[in-house]
Design a protein. Sequence first.
Length: 73
Amino acid sequence: MTDPDSTARNRWLALTLTRIAGSAGAIFGVVLLGRAQTLGPKILGVAIVLSALAMIAIVPRSMARRWRTPPES
């Protein structure tokens, strides 16, 4: 049987790593956007930034909703 404290810690770590990965992706997109010379990489940079921001906003919330303790009946 799994210890409830370790389960909570692992879930917190997963949420935090998801946010860090999204932030790293957004930074990568901004760097790509800033260094781009042509239109193609600039569009790619904007797409990476927008998808990373969506990841930061949506994924941790959906993970927390999935892991929420059900109400007692």
